[in-house]
Design a protein around this ligand. Structure first.
Ligand SMILES: *Cc1c(COP(=O)(O)O)cnc(C)c1O
Length: 460
């Protein structure tokens, strides 16, 4: 291959930036299973979803066929404030590892929310505004989604009510203040403000909460408050659609230099950054044009892909949301309070779940201390202090690069660096003090969550 000198950072010009989101479902032979009404066990229609979600987002959620969705001008304008995000050739990391591999990372932490979540937050807030709504409700785990949504709502003049997983609310008071500065209200979840919160607290007194609990509360408030809808930062098809901007930019940047990735790696909580990063590459793979290895990385404490079941399940602990078919640990599973808040979700994107089920991608579970070792190594080498979530991808990228050192093969490794870790310093403190632990749920613990899966719908 012609050796064009590859810069440390590959940027795109405004003209080169994607003008469309790419909907990978259009190229999937086996479409992701539809959301199902837990009462009737029939697929949710647009009318069923209307009390919960914004109209245009429902249309995007249900659309398995449109390949390219134009990004509205207003959103393109907002994207220009912090995009394109850099694609970095990790020369320093390669050298330090002594690997022949070429490592690239797409850095999404270059905005105040500190993560990729802003890509979908602005889209969802835009469609809510366009529908004439007063505001939106949501949950947040580690706080990145709540922050991103607060920023988007402030920009568009929408009210924003955030239910924040209690363990994160307590560990990350500064996150809360960022959100409040952008005008959002922030409530620790489970709270006494909602019926579902009161029920969860009665059943599990002293619970540190989970994303599933917080989702239930946010949905309850959205459906009982006029002029409000609920928005979700991950898992849903629409979120993967918006996040495809990550993969599209990555592909345009790589194509400029004739670079073809061998391995694409991303952390997976609900699957949005990974789904977005891999979308255009997966499209080529699905169409039989090219092959890539894709690796999803999850915490060993919340191993949806590697130890979960592919089944219909609730997305929330309160069991008021539609059922989604996905790799799940059971909606009742409350993971140990580890430090990858954004990866502590019991389920997984139905799109990624279907792709994984059909053998288009691999998954790996990694332990917390090994993740922080990788984070520390990366910070000292490439300079960026990574989010714990992102560091799951770093761990596996380093492992793959070390394999290249053994085999002498110069593979192209691309990974998603989803965000920065400035609000995760309690976790870094534990790691630095040597008090961080690894919790891996036992088979018995997992069996309890899986035994409680709801009745499975029989769709043709
Ligand atoms: C939320 C978050 C994740 C995980 O969410 P996905 O939907 O799986 O992408 C990963 N990294 C960061 C920095 C996050 O904020």
């Amino acid at each position: 291959m012609s050796e064009k000198k590859i810069p440390y950072k590959i940027y795109l010009t405004e003209e080169e930036m994607p003008k469309f989101w790419y909907n990978v479902r259009a190229d999937m032979k086996n479409k992701p299973a539809p959301l199902v009404n837990p009462g009737t066990l029939k697929p949710m229609t647009a009318a069923d979803l209307a009390p919960v979600f914004c109209e245009e987002l429902i249309a995007q959620e249900l659309d398995n066929d449109t390949r390219q969705v134009p990004i509205p001008e207003e959103i393109l304008g907002f994207y220009k404030m912090y995009r394109p995000s850099p694609l970095v050739r990790a020369y320093c990391l390669e050298e330090k590892l002594g690997t022949p591999a070429h490592i690239y990372y797409k850095f999404e932490g270059n905005n105040t929310s500190g993560s990729h979540k802003l890509n979908s937050a602005i889209a969802q807030a835009y469609y809510a505004k366009k529908q004439g709504l007063v505001g939106v409700t949501t949950e947040t785990g580690a706080g990145q989604w709540g922050t991103a949504l607060s920023m988007a709502c402030a920009y568009l003049g929408l009210d924003c009510k955030v239910y924040m997983v209690k363990v994160s609310y307590e560990q990350k008071p500064f996150r809360r203040e960022v959100m409040r500065t952008y005008g959002a209200s922030v409530t620790p979840s489970p709270s006494m403000e909602t019926a579902v919160g009161r029920k969860i607290l009665a059943e599990h007194p002293g619970t540190t909460g989970s994303l599933g609990c917080a989702i239930s509360e946010a949905v309850e408030v959205a459906t009982t408050t006029p002029g409000y809808r609920y928005v979700l930062g991950s898992v849903l098809n629409q979120v993967l659609l918006h996040q495809s901007v990550i993969g599209l930019e990555t592909k345009i940047a790589l194509d400029k230099y004739g670079i073809v990735p061998d391995i694409i790696i991303g952390c997976a909580g609900g699957g949005s950054n990974l789904g977005g990063l891999i979308s255009p590459f997966m499209g080529e793979k699905l169409r039989g044009e090219r092959d890539y290895r894709v690796i999803a990385v999850e915490p060993a404490s919340c191993p949806s892909f590697t130890r979960g079941k592919f089944a219909y399940d609730f997305c929330d602990t309160g069991m008021i949301c539609p059922l989604a078919k996905m790799y799940t640990l059971g909606a009742g599973f409350i993971p140990s309070p580890n430090h990858a808040g954004g990866l502590r979700f019991h389920g997984m994107s139905p799109v990624l779940s279907q792709l994984y089920h059909d053998g288009y991608m691999e998954a790996r579970a990694v332990e917390q201390t090994a993740v922080f070792e990788a984070a520390e190594f990366f910070a000292r080498t490439e300079g960026i202090l990574p989010a714990p979530e992102s560091s799951h991808a770093i761990r596996v990228a380093i492992d793959e690069a070390l394999k290249c050192r053994e085999t002498g093969k110069a593979k192209n490794i691309v990974f998603g660096l989803t965000g920065t870790g400035y609000f995760d310093l309690v976790a870094y403190e534990q790691f630095n003090n040597g008090t961080m632990t690894d919790h891996i749920p036992t088979d018995e613990e997992l069996a309890a969550g899986l035994a409680a899966l709801p009745p499975q719908p029989q769709l043709d």
